[in-house]
Design a protein around this ligand. Sequence first.
Ligand code: G4P
Length: 530
Amino acid sequence: MTDMKQEIRRRRTFAIISHPDAGKTTLTEKLLLYGGAIQLAGAVKGKASARHAVSDWMELEKQRGISITSSVMQFEYDGYCINILDTPGHQDFSEDTYRTLMAADSAVMVIDAAKGIEPQTRKLFKVCAMRHIPIFTFINKLDRDARSPYDLIEQLETEFGIGTYPMNWPIGSGADFKGVYDRGEGKILAFTEFHRGANRIQAIECDLTDTAQLDGLIGARLREELQNDVELLDGAGYEFDIEKVQNGELSPVFFGSALTNFGVEPFLKSFLALTMPPLPRRAEEGTVDPFEENFSAFVFKIQANMNKSHRDRIAFMRVCSGRFERDAEYYHVQGGKSLRLAQPQQMMAQSRQIIDEAYAGDIIGIFDPGIFSIGDTVCTRAHKVTYEGIPTFAPEIFAAVERIDTMKRKQFEKGMTEIAQEGAIQIFHAPNSGLEEVIVGVVGILQLEVLEYRLKTEYGVDVRRRMLPYQFVRWIENTDMDLTRLNLGTDSRWVQDFRGNNLLVFGGQWSIRWAEEKNPGLVLREFKQN
Ligand code: G4P
C-alpha cells in the first residue's frame, strides 16, 4: 500500500491567476509539458479564453468537456504530484475565482512585462490576499520589449502592499533579451538561438566579476547594467523570508517567457521547493491536519450539465486530510447522511478518469445527484469535521427574470434552482411564494448573460430580463421577528433566497441605515456563510 504521508507530502496544489492575455494558458501548457501530461502545446483550451468571456464561454460550452476538465489539472514532476487550478480571468466571475482559491494552497500570478499590473490582476490579487495564501509572480513575455524590472516590482509593492523578492533578474528584453541571472545559483541562464518554441537554453556559471566572460556573453552595456542591478538588489531592501512568503506577505518574483519556454522550468523547480505540502485547515471542531488518517474534503465548485448526453452534475471537492478510497462509505455533514461517492473522477488535461484513491491536496470530481452545496463537508463518519463555509459574495446587480413561454414553468424553475445551487448566480423570491418571479443577484453583468444562455441551451427556456434598482443585500439574522411588519424605505424589499433565508434588498446605503433605525433590534449581515 502506498505510504499515505509520503503521498501527501509530495502534493502541491495551486491556482494560476492573470489578466486575460498575460499568458496564463501558455504558462499552464508549458508546465503540463514538463510533467508530460500533454503532448501538444495548445491542448489546454481555446486560446482566446477570457478575452470575450461570454462568447468564449458559449464557444467552450460546445466543448464543455474541455473547458471543465481543464479547470483542474494534475501532473507529476520530479517526484511531486501537482494540481493546477484554473481560474476565470474576467472580474465578473471573481466569486468563482474566490471559491477556486479556497481549494488552493498557493497562487501563481502571471503578469505581462510590457503592461505590468492590469485591472483583472488587481481584482484577482485582492481575492488572493483575502486568503493570505503564498503568491508567486511570473513576469512574462520578456522576449518582447518590457518595462523596467524595477518599475514592475515597485508597482507590485506599492499597489498590492506586499514585499517582493526577485528570484532572478532579466538581462535586457525584446530583441535584446539575453536571459536571466539566477540570484540563488549565481548563474546566468542564457537565452540563445531561439527558434519558435524550441530555443536552446544554457545555464552558464558565471562570476559576476568576470567582465571578459560576461562581455562575450551579453555585451558590455548589459553586463554593466547587470552588475549594477545585482549589487543594488543584494544591497538594500530585498530580504528573503520564507515565513513571509508562506503568509502571503512576500512574493517571490520570476522573470521569463512562457511562449519561448524560457525560465519556466527553473520557475517550477523553485516554486516546488518554496511551497508547502497541503496545509492544515480550520474546521468548526478545530484545525485539521492533512496528514491524519481520516478522510475529509469540502465542495468548492459545482458544475451542472458538463456532459450533455448525461445531464450530470459534478461536485468538485478539495481533499483536506487523509486518503480517499473509491469504495469506502463517507459522511455528508450538511445532509446528515452516509454515502458512497459515485464515479470519483480526477481531471487530467483533457480527459477525465475514474480514480481509486486520492490524497489530501487533490481535487476530485464526484457525481452529484443534487445533494451537495458549495462549502459542504464530506468526511469519515466516526471523525466528523465541518469545514468553515465559503462566504457568498454580496450581489451588486439585480434583475427580475421571467420566462417568456408560460408553459415552461417546470424547466424554468429547475434551471434557475440548479444554476443557483452551482453558485453561478443567487436567486431570490417574494417571501413564502414560488419561483413565479425570480430576482437574480449577480456580481457582474456577464453572469446574467451566461444565465440566459444556459437557460436556453440547457433547459430550453427563453427568458425576459428587467433590471432592478437594488444594489445591496443584507441577510436578516433575527429569527423571532415579525418580518411582515418591517418598516422599510420605498426602494427596499424583503425577499428570501432559495434556502429560505430572509434578506432585504436595498437601492442605496442610506436605506440600509433607515431599515436599521426604524426597526429596533433588526440585525443585518453583509455576508452569508453557506
Ligand atoms: P491568457 O491565458 O492569460 O489569456 O493568455 P495566453 O496564454 O492565451 O496568451 C495570450 C497571448 O500572448 C497569446 O498570443 C500567446 O501566444 C502570447 N504569449 C504568451 N506568453 C508569451 C511570451 O512569453 N512571449 C510572447 N511574445 N507572447 C506570449 P496570441 O497571438 O493571442 O495567440 P497565438 O496566436 O500566439 O496562439
